[in-house]
Ligand binder design. Sequence first.
Ligand code: ZN
Ligand code: ZN
Ligand code: ZN
Length: 251
Amino acid sequence: MPQIGCKCPVCTSADPRDRRRRCGAYVTTEKVAFLVDTPPEMRLACVEYGIDRVDAICLTHAHMDHVAGFDDVRRFNTLNGGVPMRCFAMQETIDQMHRIFPYITDKKNSMGLFRPMINFVSNEKAFTIGDVGVERLDVEHSFPCCGYMFTAPDGATIAYICDCHVLPEKTVARLEGVDVLVLNCLRERPHPTHLSLESSLGYIDRIRPGRAYLVHMCHDLSHRDFLERLPKGVEPAYDGLVLDIQKGDNA
Ligand SMILES: [Zn+2]
Ligand SMILES: [Zn+2]
Ligand SMILES: [Zn+2]
């Protein structure tokens, strides 16, 4: 947001928190740094927030609003000295990425880094990126899609689910007691492939995270509108929001 050509109060809002780029996240510890998704504005966001290190990528799914910035990973290949970058995703997503970006390679390019050097890895089994434990979370989005549970070295947990309309019971059970839950919420009205405000809050009520943040909102509601509608412990996320996750956030 703003949407192209839209004059609605949210798209024309003066509140900087109402300028919403497509969803993505950057996870760092003292040892490691990685991206969750590579949305269309990834390069602009990396420049704005001074991000100069990416060791790996976790993809949620291959919808364009989450992967269209993938070509810019080339720059991180250069910064990493030409080492192929690990990119974790569902096997279906990996297959889609090869179709969308057929020029991606895991080989060193003969004429410089004019295409991303990527080692795609299935996220089916739990894995680690540096000192962060990562588990895939199954979700329903009418498209191959997943969320992620990240566990910090001190045991603190953050779950990131940017696109879904249903959370399977197994995922709800896994999420119970998570320190921080990032969950999508498109708008108040129901949508066939995204959670609405009521359905997001229903899941948050069952999961009881220490804190929850809503992402992937459309222009129906402003940041201020969300603040008025949300219970204590739930907030709308905004571009540039930094979360410091500590063990015991859910004490
Ligand atoms: Zn609008
Ligand atoms: Zn999607
Ligand atoms: Zn999306």
